[in-house]
Write a protein that binds this ligand. Structure first.
Ligand SMILES: Cc1cc2nc3c(=O)[nH]c(=O)nc-3n(C[C@H](O)[C@H](O)[C@H](O)COP(=O)(O)OP(=O)(O)OC[C@H]3O[C@@H](n4cnc5c(N)ncnc54)[C@H](O)[C@@H]3O)c2cc1C
Length: 445
């Protein structure tokens, strides 16, 4: 039986980040009748949609989201699909070895390109070019060189730039890695494109459809949503920065620090537009302030992000006088010779930071059914997670499933995180401390 949809009578505005807003051509539809499917996916963010995309042509999939497309982190982010920020090749190689890093790097590159072709997004909604990983201190140069060598080993095009070869527009950096084959996207268009592709492949995406309970009756999952029940053999849970309802699936969340991140977008400038056209530069980030980055948009706007702090908040629009936004703007101004245009939009939103930088998959078997929880660290990993989850559902295996397993080998500090008590009165200050320690580590390195 197919899920039944109803036109949504409620015309509230679509709550993606102000700069990413767009007219939706299709009205959101919500689940309004009982339904049956092979796999129900909770969460229509990048992870849930990518899972549905990987499954929809081969089995019946229904995706349900409490809100509308891209109202979670997936619609409030900076849209940088950077292989380099996703994968610190030398660190990953140290923890999972060369062969697995090679597999991970292949799947990341392949999944980004596959998503570009699946969604059909083109310039300016999908930018392709290079990014700069800049060294703020001379002592960081060896780290950059080490990362450059590791990237070469995995076939990722990288050049080392001495100070004299840096963009004339960049100030205050002593060297940089120039990373080719980088991408960035309009996140709301990505979400809409992924959802349409799920529909074309035969799947269904239901918005305004919060899941409020679920159980397994011995044969199948019964998932309760909008007063209706979805019967499904498998349940995949991708609720982003948290849903208490799925605690038992996503206790991998205990290995993550939920953080709030800030973004500003400037007005367009002809000089920046020219710079993007000439250099195909997409982004830049700083080895000292790992939580600060710049994205250059083809329109000549500059997006600056960072100033992260621990916590979970609903996405929130900010004023340009917000102190975090002011700090970001000052940092970006210090590092550009070209004057930055005035700020036009700013906001903050939450994301999950896995302690060792790799995403998490958690799998439980209920007789013939699979219950899978997934937490990503960024959009490229969300694309890969979808393929891994589909592999597990179809064949009970995927070459990357162990790398993403909650049981993988993790550094001691990541393990320690999971041991923190879940009571918010203790866990919250302890997470603040863990985050401060991570930052301090970055500053003194
Ligand atoms: C400010 C900011 C900037 C960022 N910049 C980048 C960037 O440049 N590049 C990058 O790769 N990553 C970036 N990220 C991280 C990235 O956005 C996230 O890692 C990614 O979007 C998470 O996707 P997701 O599908 O796991 O979660 P989400 O996008 O949060 O989706 C989870 C969905 O689950 C739904 N849900 C939760 N509970 C229920 C329930 N009970 N029933 C039904 N639905 C439910 C929610 O409504 C939500 O839509 C950024 C994040 C932030 C906040």
């Amino acid at each position: 039986m197919a899920a039944q949809y109803a036109e949504n009578a409620d015309d509230r505005p679509w709550a993606v980040a102000p700069f990413w807003q767009l007219e939706r051509t299709e009205r959101p539809r919500k689940l309004s009748a009982d339904a049956k499917c092979d796999t129900v996916v909770v969460g229509a963010g990048a992870t849930g949609l990518s899972t549905a995309l990987a499954l929809a042509s081969r089995q019946k999939v229904i995706v349900v989201d409490a809100k509308r497309l891209a109202e979670g982190s997936s619609g409030w982010n900076a849209g940088i699909l950077s292989l380099a920020t996703t994968l610190d090749s030398s660190a990953v190689e140290n923890s999972i070895g060369e062969e697995r890093t090679r597999a991970l790097s292949f799947f990341l590159q392949d999944s980004i390109l596959q998503m570009k072709s699946t969604t059909g997004l083109q310039t300016p909604d999908w930018q392709t070019g290079s990014s700069l990983y800049t060294a703020a201190r001379k002592s960081h140069i060896p780290l950059l060189k080490q990362e450059g060598e590791a990237r070469h080993k995995y076939g990722l095009q990288t050049s080392f730039l001495q100070q004299g070869h840096l963009d004339k527009a960049k100030l205050g950096f002593c060297a940089a890695l120039e990373l080719s084959g980088e991408h960035a996207v309009h996140p709301a268009k990505l979400a809409v494109g992924m959802s349409s592709a799920v529909g074309r492949a035969g799947g269904q995406v239901c918005e305004d459809s919060p899941v409020d309970a679920w159980r397994h009756d011995g044969e199948k999952f019964l998932v309760s949503c909008n007063g209706n029940t979805i019967e499904a053999q498998n349940l995949v849970v991708c609720p982003g920065s948290g849903s208490a309802l799925f605690r038992e699936v996503t206790d991998a969340a205990n290995f993550c620090i939920p953080v709030v991140s800030h973004i500003l977008v400037t007005e367009p400038s002809d000089k920046i537009a020219e710079f993007v056209k000439e250099t195909h530069r997409i982004a830049m980030w700083d080895s000292l302030r790992l939580y600060h980055y710049v994205r250059y948009l083809p329109s000549g706007r500059v997006l600056v992000g960072g100033e992260e702090s621990p916590g979970v908040i609903p996405p929130t629009v900010l004023g340009a006088d917000d102190p975090n936004i002011q700090r970001l703007y000052d940092w970006a101004r210090r590092h550009h010779k070209v004057p930055l245009p005035p700020i036009e939009h700013c906001w903050k939103a939450s994301l999950m930071l896995p302690a060792d930088g790799l995403p998490f998959l958690q799998l439980r078997r209920f007789n013939e059914s699979l219950l899978i929880g997934a937490i990503t660290d960024g959009i490229p990993f969300a694309f890969v997670l979808g393929r891994v989850i589909a592999g597990l559902i179809e064949d009970l295996k995927h070459p990357l499933s162990e790398i993403f397993s909650r049981r993988r080998a993790m550094p001691a500090d990541a393990r320690l995180l999971s041991l923190l008590p879940s009571a918010p009165a203790i866990r919250k200050p302890a997470l603040n401390l863990a985050f401060a320690a991570m930052r301090l580590g970055d500053l003194i390195s």
